[in-house]
Design a protein around this ligand. Structure first.
Ligand code: NI
Length: 642
């Protein structure tokens, strides 16, 4: 069967419908028919480009849908990509731009090649033999993004730094046995091993680090079943990629780099849908490591821009992570050869009970009113090498939205000589350490609070000095400062002052005469700890601040720029915001950096219990009162005691 022509594309029913297999095939056929690609061209990503906002807003159900499919093409072994856009249903190549000097995310095909080439290389083999390793089939090689450190290997090449681990059998946890000291530099495009550096032999750590049920001994015997039953089914309704639940409505798509993307998040109130977010996604994330030694000092990874959270999405059919009635959504991506494929069960939808929503016992009458909280969960999981990241968006009955990232999986490790306690890498098992590191996520929030034109205020609780206005010395007040332009809208958290950021629509007053608003409430979070002059600080400039605000520009999509792989730095938010554009009463985007600083513990080994990071979006005068008064009381039959 030949590729279906554009006329064979099954039309979608909405500008924000999920990308389809037909659309990928048609877009690839269109760029191939163009004749400018050679057989060695590869597709770094094929994704749905956001439709212009006016197309979304003016769309009438049943009307024609124009789709723009964005293809990032790697034309050959060197630097540079082609950014092409194919418009459907016509199949025209409407944009073809050659971007010089950049490197796309690492390609899987090249990574597989790098692993094979290194295993065949005499220098790598000699390094293994120096460590007593002779069965090379047992060695796991992880290609890492190389960073940008001015090494001659980096120049003009797409390279990776490859590190090795020993597995005693196929299901063994290789991270228990890092082959310390050996780094292979591989030119991914030209498929050449450039150099194998051996920093010296460190003995393999003595213990395995396995965690499967068959490895960990008998399970604890006294955990009794906990069943979630929803006899009438869930309370959400799914129509294509449109989700409706308890006044909320939103669409979801999957992007190769960002993973889950939320679109047109709104809340139905008084008979109309009031918009809150036009679009929300993880725009970038970075994991910088804090060990300065020659073997580990270069380590950092931009898991969105250098690998792709969507490309790394794991099918939830591989292991159900949720309780209750689950609805899954599939996701369509493309291989590097341009063939569509579907990740089944990529996105999970379910509801969770979340304890008390509100309660009061009237002391005079003894009457109690209590309502239970519940949340709609929209989630996916990306496994990037050793780590697993669960991205969980929660929607609550009281108008709150939350993003929670669940960090789990296996830490990056290093072998340590017997008796040594490394300064920058806590021991997690005998002769095994994990370097200190950070996980810093940047979420791009294209806000639309009751309309496209918004502004951001920074709000702090500020104590007053004692004086005539403050005779008891108890006074404090909420002080709001309008963030008027980009230079002044680069902020960090300050929990001692309850600092947060309020997105206001100054044209829409609530019944108390104040602008309707949603506030971004930070969780505990660091910023980047690396020095200001470091390579990683230049490359991950977004992570040096918690909050950035920009005027909306459809070309500004990723916090560290489109192509962070081996990029020397300065792209993305620091570059865009240098213009110091005005921000008040216009279409604006919030970029919020959050995460954790991970100081590894023995309890994080061999597989890490989930650690959490995230933030909340909470209505502030968006509603006239508690919007969850109409939640029905739970019947008493649901509580039991023995
Ligand atoms: Ni970590």
């Amino acid at each position: 069967m030949s590729d279906p022509g554009p006329e064979g594309v099954q039309p979608v029913d909405h500008p924000l419908a999920a990308l389809t297999v037909d659309e990928v095939s048609a877009a690839v056929a269109a760029v191939r028919a163009d004749g400018r690609l050679t057989t060695e061209a590869r597709f770094a990503s094929i994704s749905l480009e956001d439709p212009p906002k006016d197309e979304v807003r003016s769309f009438v159900p049943g009307g024609p849908v124009r789709r723009r499919i964005r293809l990032v093409i790697v034309p050959g072994p060197g630097l540079g990509v082609i950014e092409a856009v194919v418009t459907l249903p016509g199949g025209e190549v409407t944009s073809w731009e050659e971007v010089e000097g950049v490197r796309p995310a690492l390609l899987f095909e090249d990574s597989m090649y790098a692993i094979g080439a290194l295993k065949d290389h005499p220098d790598w083999q000699a390094a293994m033999r120096r460590r007593g390793i002779t069965d090379f089939d047992l060695v796991q090689i992880d290609p890492w993004p190389a960073g940008s450190f001015g090494s001659p290997h980096e120049e003009g090449r797409r390279i990776s730094r490859c590190i090795s681990f020993l597995r005693e059998h196929p299901f063994d946890n290789g991270y228990a046995r890092p082959v310390e000291g050996v780094i292979g530099f591989v030119d991914m495009g030209r498929r050449q091993v450039l150099e194998v550096v051996d920093h010296g032999v460190v003995p393999l750590p003595p213990e395995p680090g396995n965690y499967r049920a068959e490895d960990t001994g008998p399970p604890r015997p006294d955990l009794r079943p906990l069943e979630i039953t929803q006899p009438e089914g869930p309370s959400f309704v799914v129509d294509g990629n449109l989700i409706r639940w308890q006044h909320w409505s939103l669409r979801v798509t999957m992007d190769p780099a960002e993973g889950l993307v939320l679109h047109t998040v709104g809340y139905e109130d008084g008979g109309r849908v009031r918009p809150v977010l036009h679009r929300a996604s993880i725009s970038e994330m970075v994991v910088p490591y804090g060990d300065p030694g020659p073997v580990h000092g270069w380590k950092n990874a931009f898991d969105a821009g250098e690998w792709g959270l969507g490309r790394m999405t794991t099918s939830l059919a591989l292991g159900c992570d949720c309780l209750g009635v689950i609805h899954y959504l599939d996701a369509v991506f493309a291989t590097e050869q341009g063939h569509p494929y579907t990740v089944e069960h990529a996105v999970c939808l379910h509801e969770e009970d979340y304890g008390i929503l509100w309660k009061h016992v009237d002391m005079a009458t003894g009457r109690s009113e209590v309502r239970r909280s519940r949340r709609l969960v929209v989630s996916f999981i990306a496994t990037v090498g050793n780590y697993d990241y669960g991205y969980f968006w929660y929607f609550y009955l009281d108008g709150t939205i939350q993003l929670e990232v669940k960090l789990t999986g296996i830490m990056s490790t290093q072998a340590v000589p017997p008796g040594e306690t490394p300064r920058f890498a806590p021991l997690v098992a005998p002769q095994l350490a994990a370097p200190v590191h950070q996980h810093l996520f940047n979420v791009r929030l294209d806000v639309e609070v009751d309309g496209p034109d918004n502004a951001v205020e920074e709000v702090e609780a500020v104590p007053l000095d004692p004086g005539p206005d403050n005779p008891w010395g108890n006074a404090f007040e909420a002080v709001a400062t309008l963030l008027t332009s980009e230079a002044g809208a680069q902020r960090t958290t300050d929990p001692a002052r309850s600092r947060h950021w309020r997105v206001v629509n100054r044209a829409v007053p609530n019944r108390l005469g104040r602008p309707v608003a949603y506030k971004l409430v930070p969780g505990p979070t660091p910023v980047l700890l690396a020095s200001a002059g470091s390579s990683i600080a230049a490359r991950a400039g977004f992570a040096t601040r918690n909050l950035w605000v920009t005027p909306f520009d459809p070309a500004e999509r990723r916090a560290a720029g489109e192509y962070p792989n081996q990029h020397p730095g300065g792209d993305g938010l620091p570059r865009w915001t240098a213009a110091d554009r005005p921000l008040v009463d216009r279409d604006i985007v919030l970029w919020y950096t959050f995460g954790i600083t991970h100081l590894p513990r023995p309890e994080d080994w061999p597989v890490m219990p989930v650690e959490y990071a995230g933030f909340h979006l909470v209505p502030v005068g968006f509603f006239d009162r508690n919007p969850a008064l109409d939640v029905p009381a739970t019947t008493a039959g649901h509580c039991h005691s023995d």
